[in-house]
Design a protein around this ligand. Structure first.
Ligand code: IMP
Length: 504
């Protein structure tokens, strides 16, 4: 056992955090961390939300999931499809962090970094947690094999090895990113894991992994990613201590959460805001804002009950106008009416403080519009979300109906200018949520956003005299209803960037 260090009696231990002690959450010294969380089954448009806020943010942290997710980010004429690297990478002033709660397929990450570099994006600012777990090839093989064995009962996973990788993490049989840096450790970790994997793979008729080949492969990944692997909790904490604004970005959505979603038709991590603490490296009291993101209708990818699912022309119309196709798998997303039942649960378990409502424009021309306000389950009316796939499968929706509106709303920039029926619908959603809808998206471009209340940011850079916006930046903030603001670091954001979002 190491002998340790004994400080002489009477010596004053220097404070861990420099400067005077700070009162917790007092006055203007709040820690500026915002969590962005999906309130539905994923694909709510979190990419656009991050993009919209990116200008004011110094760091974007992805806190869970893996390459099952995806963001489509449009920059001018260019389209970037990202699965692992947070979309903040497209902004020169943002440090992009893949937190410890993420499971990383190193091959995907390397491909994504290469793709970004080849298109002129500086990727040196991408940091990956030492503690993030590695998706190994046998995790992918097992994910696919189990799905095929389950047949009609399958979850409809993305086939990326997510469940088996998180399973090994919990079973203490995983490899972490830091392990990839030491060939000896790789060998030790694989020696723990492979015997059982071999048995499992054999039960599916698959060959046992070649340990030597895997060791070489893992060491090569480590060499390639060495400069990106970091202690991201320290990075995040240092950023917060400096007063930098940190955005913590969830993948998937609350209804796919391992604890709160429609189990077992869920993903294997915690997209809820609590996951931002464990997987992002922050404490609950460091979170200032939780911005919930939802679409004006519902979608779901993969199997599992979906009470408000539409199997008719109305659903097809919404799917085609909303381009509801998974970024990762290319699967068509199932489409349905907005479900208000899980909304309140999602607001509660995430401590949502404000909401961004996306894709309201897609409902133009749909008449009537329905909003699910309760379920009938086994002859009883229920307004609480049953986080059980089996119970949810027996739920029949109870709807409230709204008259629709005809005219396109892409050019609307204030709630007052929306058609009256659209306003009614937004108000009803807000009443169900019980928290304000502060941003409403009416198109994929960043500027196509109604900013109803000022952005949910507590630390705003004071506007210097004369505006101070760098010449290269667009007028997105002003168009969105705010003042013309510079980015906090004074670095121009990428001109013309706009995000859509969307995985699986
Ligand atoms: P897995 O995360 O690949 O294990 O898949 C579990 C379930 O989550 C499946 O129903 C997937 O379709 C769904 N899923 C995973 N990632 C996403 C996503 O990013 N958006 C929507 N659904 C997802």
């Amino acid at each position: 056992m190491p002998a340790g260090t004994v400080l002489p009696v009477g010596r004053i231990v220097p404070p861990l955090v420099g400067g005077a002690a700070r009162p917790i959450r007092a006055g203007d010294r709040l820690m500026p961390a915002t969590v962005i969380v999906g309130l539905q089954w994923g694909d709510e448009g979190k990419g656009k939300t991050t993009d919209f806020l990116a200008e004011q943010v110094a760091m974007v942290v992805r806190y869970q999931g893996g390459d099952n997710a995806g963001h489509t980010v449009v920059r001018g004429d260019e389209v970037f499809k990202l699965h692992l690297v947070p979309s903040g990478v497209l902004y020169p002033h943002i440090t992009s962090v893949i937190g410890s709660g993420v499971v990383v397929n190193p091959a995907t990450l390397i491909d994504e970094l290469e793709m970004l570099r080849s298109r002129g994006i500086e990727v040196g600012r991408v940091r990956v947690s030492r503690a993030a777990h590695v998706i190994m090839p046998y995790h992918v093989a097992l994910d696919r094999a189990l799905e095929s064995r389950l047949g009609d009962d399958r979850v409809g996973t993305t086939g990326r090895g997510i469940g088996p990788a998180y399973g090994d993490r919990a079973w203490r049989l995983g490899l972490r990113m830091e392990d990839l840096l030491e060939p000896e450790i790789i060998r030790e970790r694989l020696a723990r894991a492979l015997p059982d994997k071999g048995v499992l793979l054999a039960s599916h008729g698959l060959p046992a992994p070649d340990a030597d080949a895997l060791c070489r492969q893992a060491a090569a990944w480590g060499e390639r990613l060495r400069d990106h692997i970091d202690d991201t909790t320290t990075l995040v904490q240092d950023a917060l201590s400096r007063g930098d604004h940190v955005l913590l970005e969830g993948a998937q959505g609350t209804l796919l959460d391992l604890d709160h979603g429609s189990y077992p038709f869920v993903t294997s991590s915690n997209p809820v805001a609590g996951g931002a603490c464990t997987g992002g490296g922050i404490g609950p009291l460091q979170v200032d804002e939780v911005l919930g993101v939802m679409k004006a209708y519902a979608t779901r990818v993969g199997a599992g009950p979906f009470p408000t699912e539409l199997g008719d022309d109305v659903g097809e119309g919404i799917a085609s106008r909303g381009q509801e196709v998974g970024t990762t798998t290319g699967r068509p997303r199932r489409v349905g009416w907005f479900d208000g039942v899980p909304l309140r649960r999602a607001v509660a378990v995430n401590s949502v403080s404000s909401i961004m409502l996306n894709k309201l424009d897609i409902l133009s021309g749909v008449d009537p519009i329905r909003l699910c306000i309760g379920y009938s389950i086994d002859g009883r009316s229920v307004d609480a979300w049953p986080s059980s796939g089996a119970v949810l499968a027996r739920a029949t929706p109870i709807y409230q109906e709204f008259a629709g509106w005809e005219r396109p709303i892409h050019d609307v920039r204030s709630l007052a200018d929306l058609p009256e029926n659209a306003r009614r619908y937004v108000t009803a959603l807000e009443e169900h949520a019980g928290v304000p809808i502060v941003l409403v998206s009416v198109g994929p471009e960043r500027t196509q956003t109604i900013e109803r209340a000022w952005r949910p940011m507590r630390h705003r850079t004071p506007l210097p005299p004369g505006g101070g916006r760098p010449a290269a930046a667009t007028g997105a903030s002003a168009a969105a209803g705010g003042a013309d603001e510079p980015s906090p670091s004074g670095v121009a954001r990428v001109a013309g960037a706009a995000g859509g979002a969307s995985p699986a």
